[in-house]
Ligand binder design. Structure first.
Ligand code: HEM
Length: 510
């Protein structure tokens, strides 16, 4: 018999949540309400009964020819303007897309008390079932990615002081330098006579990112760089799983799918993947705990895993598992994009190398190079919130319970925010106010790669340290070049870089 599922968990949470905040929040709607335009008047592809806007995306449809990476960025904005309505169908949610920084600020600030970020609904559904089945209390956390409301808030306030504390993160500096140096050795060892890396460059970057986040989440080395690492090894399996989960979650959570009503084959595949990911994370965490126990008497400052374990083993397992999940593809793709941009801007690369070789404590240009890459080629194209009250956005009434998405990738490529937006100019992040390129002239919500407010990426400090450490080592050791057509992207839940990766890594003159 087919399983009939109840409503998607995020929406259920939202309803509960709305009830609980009703007394605290006042709607922004005033007597101008009557002049506001309705939901159906929001610009967007025309809608037909039952199939909604689907026909636009089918062969022959008006949006069919648009390349997928232009779809979310320029093409929709050029056609419909700063606010666009995308109707949901077959269980996928209706979404409002915003290409206006002030409108994005209005919703993000308005939802900053206990924000709900839609997405990973199917993961949340699985984790709730899985943890409850294994004896967890009904209000037990399942993780920052999948929880909402009070459960999320309690968990986040428990882990914030550990993961966002600069002092704790700084403890990993030397370990991350070691990881970066080992990765450089690996790159040298797999370089061929053309100075290109043998094998898949994206897998290499994922191995580096997993080894790096493993150091923080598990307090030790996973040995991802072992040249004999079999495809069937837990590290390789985890990398593949994270990749597959981002892809399948996108299909289930945002595209039309019947999984909310019946167990579709994709749904079954997803449930298996989610379970495998928990099991493999538990394997790594179990190993890490064993190692910690064997060095119990250590007087060293405690790291992330030890501090989390002091709170509760369940908190440690859930958080480490989310770090292994959220910290791999994000950092890896950001590094690939940054290397691509530096390879294509040799004068910027030279300037960066000079800064690194000067060996000063502060390296502002290094940070600026990464920021600029996250402006031009961000791994997360946008962010999302589920509204818990009604909004007046650009003259339209946005009801509570709407998925609103902020397309930061498009905003940070707008001339009015960042002059000469198509050019890679790290200098804009360090120049002073008088310079027309000064980044402070942009609207503060035009560049938001790590999200916003109380729900902002909890791994931000870790990611920045990892990426700065590794990029500095690469540029110190190699002159990075690129040949052939530009790097391509496949937008999904994340913007994935796709090959061919035409990098050349020549030895740098130090
Ligand atoms: C370049 C690297 C990264 C980027 C661009 C990135 C970006 C983001 C963004 C945009 C969000 C959503 C924030 C919001 O809703 O306002 C997020 C959430 C999150 N990120 Fe990251 N991230 C990166 C690396 C990492 C790393 C290394 C970790 C591991 C610790 C991590 C863990 C998380 C978690 C657990 C959340 C959910 C937070 C919550 O909902 O409370 N991320 N990230």
């Amino acid at each position: 018999m087919q399983t009939v599922r109840r409503s998607a968990s995020v929406l259920a949470t939202a309803k509960q949540f709305r009830r609980s905040v009703a007394v605290n929040s006042s709607s922004v709607v005033t007597n101008e309400e009557s002049s506001l335009k309705s939901w159906m008047e929001i610009p967007g592809p025309s809608s037909l009964p039952i199939i909604g806007q689907l026909h636009h995306f089918l062969p022959g449809g008006s949006l069919y020819p648009i390349k997928s990476d232009d779809f979310i960025t320029s093409a929709m904005y050029d056609r419909y303007g700063p606010i666009i309505r995308m109707d949901g169908f077959f269980g996928s949610p209706s979404i409002v897309m915003l290409y206006d920084a002030e409108a994005a600020a209005q919703v993000l600030r308005g939802e900053n008390w206990m924000p709900i970020r839609p997405g990973f609904t199917s993961l949340g559904y699985f984790r709730n079932k899985y943890y409850k089945k294994n004896g967890a209390a009904p209000d037990a956390p399942t993780g920052l990615i999948s929880d909402h409301g009070e459960v999320w808030k309690k968990f986040r306030s428990t882990v914030n002081p550990i993961l966002l504390q600069p002092k704790t993160i700084k403890l990993y500096t030397n370990a991350l330098i070691e990881v970066a140096e080992d990765m450089i050795k690996r790159m040298r060892s797999i370089r061929n006579e053309k100075n290109m890396l043998e094998g898949n460059f994206d897998v290499e970057m994922n191995l580096w990112a997993l080894e790096s986040i493993g150091v923080v989440a598990l307090g030790g080395r996973l040995n991802c760089f072992d040249p004999n690492l079999p495809v069937e090894s837990p590290a390789r399996k985890l990398i593949q799983m994270v990749h597959d989960i981002f892809k399948i979650a996108d299909e289930l959570d945002f595209k039309p799918s019947l999984w909310r009503y019946i167990s579709t084959p994709t749904f079954k595949k997803a449930m298996k993947l989610y379970e495998d990911q928990i099991n493999i994370s538990k394997h790594f965490i179990g190993e890490a705990i064993k190692k910690l126990e064997s060095k119990k008497s250590s007087t060293e400052e405690k790291g992330v895993l030890e501090k989390l374990l002091e709170i509760d083993e369940n908190v440690a397992v859930i958080m480490a598992s989310d770090m292994l999940f959220a910290g791999v593809d994000t950092a890896a793709n950001t590094m690939t994009s940054t290397l691509f941009l530096l390879a294509n801007n040799p004068e910027k690369q030279k300037k960066l190398r000079e800064e690194i070789l000067a060996d000063r404590e502060k390296r502002p240009y290094l940070r600026a190079c990464i920021k600029e890459s996250m402006r031009m080629l961000p791994v997360v194209a946008g962010n999302m919130r589920l509204t818990t009250k009604e909004y007046n956005i650009l003259g339209y009434k946005i009801p509570e319970g709407t998925y609103v998405t902020f397309i930061h990738q498009a905003l940070s490529k707008m001339e009015k925010h960042f002059p000469e937006p198509e050019k890679y100019i790290p200098e804009r992040w360090i120049t002073d106010k008088e310079d027309p390129l000064f980044h402070g002239n942009a609207h503060p919500f035009a560049w938001n790669p790590f999200g916003f407010g109380v729900r902002m990426c909890i791994g931000r400090r870790i990611a920045e340290l990892e990426m700065e450490t590794f990029l500095a080592k690469v540029i110190e050791n190699f002159e990075v070049e690129w040949f052939g057509p530009p790097l391509e992207f496949r937008p999904s839940s994340l913007n994935y870089t796709i090959g061919p990766y035409n990098f050349i890594f020549k030895d740098a003159n130090k």
